[in-house]
Design a protein around this ligand. Structure first.
Ligand SMILES: Cc1ncc(COP(=O)(O)O)c(C=O)c1O
Length: 484
């Protein structure tokens, strides 16, 4: 048996079988729980509601309308089939010129037209997942390290590390200053990496942040640029949520920041972009590497053969994104709808005393559940998460899966469901919090009674406290039930 098992693992490569993909974390467990019992308003009303997936489903109607009005942009329609032959055989890894130009223009527009992106620098990849791996492939040797401000997107652990051998060193950001990235935190992480004999090659940030839903301020970005220049390391900015900003301050791309900085070595600056979030089309797998460094750009382009965007998708998007009227309306409407949804959700939570980090972007918010932890620890956080997943039937993601340095925070995705599901989710949270409050008040009443009984019968032990402590978790508490 033992020999058999050994042979089995030897059949695959070490790199394929190592666990650097990190799929064995609560973040992915929650998805599995949803897959096994998905909510449906009529067919499965008690199922799990998926709030762990950062999808943007609020503007499909606009895209659908455009597609219907522009049949010749799709090569698989009667209107566009004449182009089928040319487009279907296209496989140049530079990509369709019209596509690169349209993407570059779109990135500029999302950044408020403060910078012009050079279409010749657009390198394709299979989503931001592929783009992040590609950029790491170009920059690091196995065993090198990248600093990553925490809390950070759990997919980074897989995308940046699995096949490259990179190590991640978190830059711990704290709730006391709204999880801002400070120079001191960056220096601490850098020193820690050096103590561990890791060669630090750079720092990667997501702006706007996943999971915080906040945009970086210009001062912080300047400080990041100054830091990488002083250390002569790279700065990778994952700007995948750029157009999800729904409130001030506006999104500022790193490209705009370095435009005004004379002392910046541009060879150190790289952008990752994708249409997965901003346009809500992750299935199209449109990812972009945009590097200011020529060598990195050429290397990434060679790599892009492994993850090209299909020519059919390029062709469609070239046409859609060059339609200025459509793009303008889409961007305006999308941020309006995100703002509304964010407001409905966070207000609903506020009414039952749950607060969230103030945010202005993203498809999620960062919910503060510290007061509901039985124990202020990551164990307490996972216990609460299990109750929320198994009893309340909401798949939210615990902060520990984002490497948050403080327990009690949860990421809640709000743009992947319809208005009715939002109401169901809010009702479930309200019921859960009220139930908790009742339990707490019953517990304190019992504690109060016990104290008074003790005072009245101070010489008599009414019951064995170790068995019947009134402050013990009630057998009906969700925490107890969650263990079964
Ligand atoms: C910060 C960040 N980067 C990259 C990705 C991967 O995106 P894509 O679907 O384009 O591969 C995600 C997805 O959630 C993300 O949040």
């Amino acid at each position: 048996m033992e020999i058999k098992r050994k042979n089995k693992s030897q059949l695959l490569s070490k790199i394929a079988t190592n666990d650097r993909h990190r799929e064995n974390s609560p973040y992915f467990d929650g998805w599995k729980a949803y897959d096994n019992n998905p909510f449906h308003p009529t067919q499965n009303p008690n199922g799990v509601i998926q709030m762990g997936l950062a999808e943007n489903k609020l503007c499909f109607d606009l895209i659908k309308k455009w597609i219907m009005e522009n049949p010749d942009a799709s090569i698989c329609t009667a209107g566009g089939v004449d182009k089928f032959k040319d487009v279907a055989i296209f496989q140049d890894y530079h990509g369709l010129k019209e596509f690169r130009e349209a993407i570059a223009k779109f990135m500029g527009r999302v950044g408020g037209n403060k910078v012009t992106f050079d279409a010749s620098r657009i390198v394709m990849s299979s989503g931001a997942t592929g783009a992040n791996e590609t950029i790491m492939f170009c920059l690091v040797n196995p065993g090198d390290a990248f600093l990553v401000p925490s809390p950070y997107y759990p997919g980074f652990a897989r995308d940046l590390r699995w096949r490259t051998g990179l190590e991640i060193v978190p830059v711990d950001c704290k709730s006391s200053n709204n999880f801002r990235i400070t120079r001191a935190a960056m220096e601490d992480a850098y020193e820690k990496a050096q103590k561990w004999n890791l060669n630090v090659k750079g720092i990667i940030i997501a702006n706007p942040s996943n999971p915080l839903g906040t945009t970086l301020d210009i001062e912080t970005m300047r400080s990041l640029v100054a830091f990488v220049n002083e250390k002569n390391i790279h700065l990778v900015c994952d700007e995948i949520y750029a157009a999800t900003v729904f409130d001030s301050p506006r999104f500022v791309s790193i490209a705009e920041v370095i435009q005004d900085m004379d002392c910046c070595n541009r060879d150190l600056i790289h952008i990752v972009y994708s249409l997965s979030k901003d346009m809500g089309i992750p299935g199209f797998r449109v990812g972009i590497v945009y590097s200011f460094n020529d060598d990195v750009m050429l290397c990434a382009r060679k790599m892009s053969s492994f993850g090209l965007v299909s020519s059919q998708t390029q062709y469609l998007l070239a046409s859609m994104l060059s339609d200025d009227g459509f793009v303008g309306n889409f961007l305006r409407e999308s941020s309006k709808r995100l703002a509304k949804r964010h407001y409905v959700f966070t207000k609903g939570l506020e009414q039952v005393g749950i607060s969230c980090l103030t945010s202005n972007a993203g498809l999620f918010f960062w919910m503060d559940m510290r007061l509901l932890l039985k124990e202020q620890s990551f164990k307490g956080e996972i216990e609460l998460w299990r109750v929320i997943l198994n009893e309340v039937k909401l798949n939210v993601s615990p902060g520990s899966s984002f490497q948050c340095s403080e327990p009690g925070w949860f990421r809640v995705c709000f743009a992947n469901m319809d208005d009715e599901t939002v109401e169901v989710a809010l009702n479930r949270i309200r019921a859960f919090v009220l139930n908790r409050e009742n339990q707490e008040s019953n517990r304190s009443k019992r504690c109060w009674r016990k104290k008074h009984l003790r005072l009245s019968f101070s010489s008599t032990r009414l019951y064995d406290e170790t068995i019947m402590s009134p402050c013990m978790i009630s057998p009906h508490s969700p925490l107890v039930r969650a263990k079964t």
